[in-house]
Design a protein around this ligand. Structure first.
Ligand SMILES: Cc1cc2nc3c(=O)[nH]c(=O)nc-3n(C[C@H](O)[C@H](O)[C@H](O)COP(=O)(O)OP(=O)(O)OC[C@H]3O[C@@H](n4cnc5c(N)ncnc54)[C@H](O)[C@@H]3O)c2cc1C
Ligand SMILES: NC(=O)C1=CN([C@@H]2O[C@H](COP(=O)(O)OP(=O)(O)OC[C@H]3O[C@@H](n4cnc5c(N)ncnc54)[C@H](O)[C@@H]3O)[C@@H](O)[C@H]2O)C=CC1
Ligand SMILES: [Co+2]
Ligand SMILES: [K+]
Ligand SMILES: [Mg+2]
Length: 516
């Protein structure tokens, strides 16, 4: 409803200035520029998160952020950037440089931009007096009470407590001056949103495309050109680690109809079959799939797997009855089998301990030559499932010996072993390690799962897995002893050698073909 505002009443409200879309005769959304001030950011000592927060919030409020500039704590640089941004954009937000120390000079810089003097602000002087006591005027704290002459103060109201915030947001003309400390900035921003709220709203649609950017570029270019006049922006964002799509394409504008028309055009013109069905893809499967849900999902389509899952969950529940979370860990090396297992175990733990604070422990015996992609995947999994990863180096047996002395409370390891793995034919769900191994209970809930079951499970639930499996590897070991599976090799119509993803392997007996 916000997009069409044809009446002059609304138009006039906006800084008395209106801009028009070339062809649609509609006002452009309010624009903003962000100036991030701080030497520490340019030195890489602090990661700028403030501009990110501001961009996100402003975008939600319908403000079109056009530029972010990161600059030094230097009066002249701040002055010239502020002057430039203030003229270019409807509003300017600055972050940082308003503390009491010598290296914070944002207030001076902004005063200089508008050729104003920095003067004590009576309201701020009163505030500081209350806050710091009488003597503050002769200390560096006095800096906090000084502003450019024409400054305005905006007191936010704490949404939770209903009280006025202690310190106001300072603005000079169209420049809003935020502190750099993220919690202070966020608190001010979130309690003063009304200053930036607009009548606009961005309408965003996205397409998940399973094709290379190079192949869809011509269609995107043509569509972007066609809808440019209507203010539609088309974005193309490749994701190298997603197992289900290669590119996220966004279509966005402040006009719902224009957005929809551009979306339709793209859907019509993109190659057949490359669009991911949004009903079949879940972007956050960890949050969405509880233990109960697993059974339902496979019940009709794959009743055999459905019963294997139920059986695995029974084993996991039994394991959780026998061992406390301190005594248990999952053997997790980023491989596909333990990835499927991790999801099951996580769900079972969440069900049994909905209120738990402790993390699920994962044992990772790190190979001397691990694949980078595998370790990258491990990192993502650690966050996704909130794991406490215990990393051990060296040969497996020796590593387990060390584990026993360093973490003596661990008694059992849940493993993604399947019957078809070497030496695993005679394992059962609960089998202690062999006599010549350090003593642990090995718990193997997915022994009777096949290669196909693993892939059906992972892909049906949109679970993330290591990207190497999308690049021709079907079984992963140490980097120097693992190759792509030749059974997945093919040559495309331009005569390039390529590999299909692991889930396409037909004959699953050849799973370990790439292991040397
Ligand atoms: C805790 C533990 C106890 C073991 N006990 C015995 C034993 O008693 N007798 C014996 O002969 N062999 C034992 N092994 C070795 C095991 O049987 C396999 O040789 C080994 O897991 C590699 O198998 P794979 O190549 O099929 O790999 P995978 O199919 O990747 O291994 C099967 C499962 O083992 C776990 N795992 C494998 N590698 C790692 C790793 N680097 N870090 C953490 N977890 C991993 C995962 O859960 C994985 O799903 C043990 C291994 C582990 C981790
Ligand atoms: N109580 C309040 O509301 C206010 C307090 N002050 C006082 O001013 C001082 C802080 O002023 P600042 O302008 O914040 O000083 P500053 O520019 O020195 O920044 C303070 C810290 O914030 C972090 N930071 C800065 N920019 C960042 C960014 N872009 N992303 C992530 N982190 C970033 C950095 O770690 C930096 O050390 C404090 O001493 C505070 O007491 C100032 C204004 C308001
Ligand atoms: Co059933
Ligand atoms: K400082
Ligand atoms: Mg600073």
């Amino acid at each position: 409803m916000h997009a069409l505002r044809n009446n002059f009443h609304n138009l006039g409200r906006r800084f008395g200035r209106f801009r028009l879309y070339q062809s649609h005769n509609k006002e452009m959304p309010k624009t903003a520029g962000i100036i991030v001030v701080g030497d520490e950011i340019l030195k890489g000592q602090t990661k700028d998160i403030n501009s990110h927060h501001m961009c996100q919030s402003l975008h939600e409020l319908g403000v079109d952020v056009k530029q972010i500039s990161v600059i030094r704590d230097d009066v002249d640089v701040i002055a010239s950037e502020t002057k430039k941004f203030s003229a270019l954009y409807d509003i300017v937000l600055t972050s940082g440089g308003i503390g009491p120390t010598h290296d914070d000079v944002t207030i001076e810089g902004i005063a200089k931009a508008f050729e104003e003097r920095v003067v004590p602000n009576p309201t701020l002087v009163e505030l500081c007096k209350k806050y710091f006591g009488q003597g503050f005027k002769d200390t560096p704290k006095m800096k906090l009470a000084c502003t450019p002459q024409s400054a305005e103060l905006h007191f936010g109201v704490d949404k939770v407590k209903g009280e006025r915030l202690q310190f106001p947001l300072i603005s000079v003309k169209n420049v809003y001056i935020f502190p750099g400390i993220p919690v202070l900035l966020n608190r001010l921003f979130d309690n003063l949103k009304h200053l930036f709220t607009t009548d606009d709203h961005f309408f965003m649609e996205k397409l998940l495309v399973n094709a290379f950017e190079t192949d869809i570029a011509p269609v995107l270019t043509a569509c972007a050109k066609k809808f440019d006049g209507a203010g539609v922006q088309i974005g193309s964002y490749p994701d190298w680690f997603n197992n289900y799509y290669k590119v996220k394409v966004t279509v966005e504008s402040a006009n719902e109809d224009a957005t929809k028309a551009a979306l339709k055009e793209l859907k019509d013109k993109l190659p057949q079959g490359c669009l991911l069905d949004s009903h079949k893809y879940c972007s956050d499967p960890v949050a969405q799939n509880g233990v109960e849900a697993f059974a339902d999902i496979f019940e009709t389509e794959d009743p055999i797997l459905h019963h294997k899952i139920e059986n695995s969950i029974e084993i996991l529940n039994e394991a959780l009855t026998m061992y406390s979370l301190d005594e248990l860990c999952i053997g997790f090396n980023g491989g596909k089998d333990c990835t499927a297992l991790l999801h099951l175990l996580y769900a079972a733990i969440c069900r049994k301990y909905p209120q738990r604070n402790s993390k699920l422990q994962a044992l990772y015996i790190q190979d001397e030559h691990p694949f980078e992609e595998l370790e990258e995947f491990m990192k993502h999994s650690t966050n996704r499932y909130n794991l406490n990863v215990i990393t051990m180096k060296g040969a497996m047996k020796a590593a387990l010996d060390t584990l026993q002395s360093q973490q003596p409370y661990i008694k059992a390891v849940v493993m993604g072993t399947r019957c078809t793995d070497p030496y695993s034919k005679n394992l059962s769900a609960f089998t202690p390690t062999d006599g010549d191994w350090p003593y642990y209970m090995r718990i193997s809930p997915i022994l009777n799962w096949s290669y196909r079951d693993i892939w059906t499970f992972l892909r049906k639930l949109s679970l993330p897995y290591c990207v190497l499996y999308d690049r021709g590897y079907t079984s992963l070991g140490s980097r120097d002893k693992t190759q792509r599976n030749e059974k997945l090799r093919y040559t495309d119509n331009q005569n390039n050698v390529k590999y299909r993803p692991a889930h396409c392997l037909q004959n699953e007996d050849l799973e370990r073909n790439g292991r040397l």
